[in-house]
Design a protein around this ligand. Structure first.
Ligand code: KG4
Ligand code: ZN
Length: 350
């Protein structure tokens, strides 16, 4: 089995070829960070145009590096949502064209399912498992029951975790993307200097909220006569510690529910860009150990957006015979658990 995967839903243009045994045959990723940096965040129109300019070349490179002919592909899989719709359209149309011209099946992959199934690719994690999905657009706790089968236990009521990192970074003068910048700055900071709130800590349920924490950082920053390098480090460290602490509390609650409802479940998985954060990984390792689960987080390059995860999700679907027609439409929103009650709040994306 050989699957070509295409990812264009955010600010990474990526193509990869994986096989059914979980080996990467080739991959090519182009980050658009430099294009968006002057604006302090992702500009959707610029992202869509950049995907259009680079995708063909990246696919050709991945195919050439993998030494694979299009006709040898078992399927072509593309992110069909959720994400910035201009970019998603570029990826889906390209995949459909390849599928049509070369007569290979097309698979529409939910970007979040790509993140969700990565741990099966890297570590062979068995269903069911508990997943903390933390990225720039999403912050959810889900039980992954199987391919295409998710049960949401909690979600953010306002900002996603990565969005909180990005907004706070901007606020304290660190560049985009904010997560890695905050993590770097926090290394030299005193996390105890500012007493930031731990949103929802100790409260029932598994939902998240980060906008109050972001406001607390802003108020603290504005109260400083001027922001020195040490102030920035202390604010970054204090913010990161509060976000990690609050997240670990929500995860502990989700683990309790998961262990009750799925006695056979053994693993907590973290995925999405924020799962690259070392402090978060350490806290999740501790909370898993304390509550009797093992913890798995894919290597950083497979936590942030990439096409390997899309190709792999395509391979998992293909094994179950789940292929799509060429009439499938790209979707800006596409919840993994359609039965979950929609949460409404500032900044909620899905
Ligand atoms: O999964 P991803 O690459 O794209 C989305 O689908 O959103 O996640 C990007 C997000 C950004 O908000 C970025 O700031 C955050 O992940 N991020 C981090 C780290 N690396 C990336 N957040 C905290 N610590 C990091 N080391
Ligand atoms: Zn993502």
């Amino acid at each position: 089995m050989l699957v070509l995967g295409i990812e264009t839903s955010c600010d990474e243009t990526a193509a990869a070829v994986v096989d059914g045994d979980g080996k990467v045959r080739a991959q090519a990723v182009l980050s658009q960070i430099a294009e968006h940096q002057p604006y302090g965040g992702i500009v959707p129109e610029i992202a869509a145009r950049a995907h259009l300019s680079h995708l063909d070349r990246l696919i050709a490179k991945a195919m050439a590096d993998a030494k694979v002919e299009y006709a040898d592909l078992s399927a072509v899989a593309a992110t069909a949502g959720p994400g910035l719709i201009g970019g998603v359209i570029v990826g889906v149309m390209t995949a459909k064209a390849i599928a049509m011209v070369h007569g290979v099946p097309f698979i529409a992959v939910n970007h979040l399912e790509g993140h969700a199934l990565t741990a099966r690719f890297t570590d062979g994690v068995q269903f069911p498992y508990l997943l903390l999905l933390v990225s720039g657009g999403h912050c959810q706790l889900l039980v992954v029951e199987g391919v295409g089968r998710f049960r949401r236990l909690g979600t953010t009521m306002d900002d996603a975790a990565g969005e909180a990192f990005d907004k706070v970074a901007k606020l304290i003068g660190l560049g985009y993307p904010g997560g890695p910048a905050i993590e770097r700055a926090a290394r030299d900071g005193d996390a105890a200097r500012f007493a930031f709130p731990r949103p929802l800590k100790g409260r029932p349920g598994c939902d998240f909220s980060f906008s109050g924490l972001k406001t607390a950082v802003r108020v603290a920053a504005e109260a400083l006569p001027e922001m020195t390098e040490q102030d920035v480090a202390d604010l970054a460290a204090g913010f990161q510690a509060a976000l990690v602490d609050s997240t670990a509390d929500r995860v502990a609650r989700a683990i309790a529910q998961f262990r009750t409802d799925y006695p056979g479940g053994r693993t907590l998985v973290a995925s999405g860009g924020v799962a690259a954060n070392t402090a978060l990984r350490a806290a999740l390792t501790a909370v898993s150990k304390k509550n009797g689960l093992s913890f798995v987080a894919p290597p950083v390059a497979l936590c942030t957006d990439n096409a390997v995860m899309i190709a792999w999700a395509g391979a998992e679907r293909l094994k179950l015979g789940l292929v799509d027609g060429l009439d499938i439409k790209p979707r800006p929103r596409w919840p993994l658990d359609p039965a979950a009650v929609p949460v409404r709040g500032a900044g909620v994306k899905a």
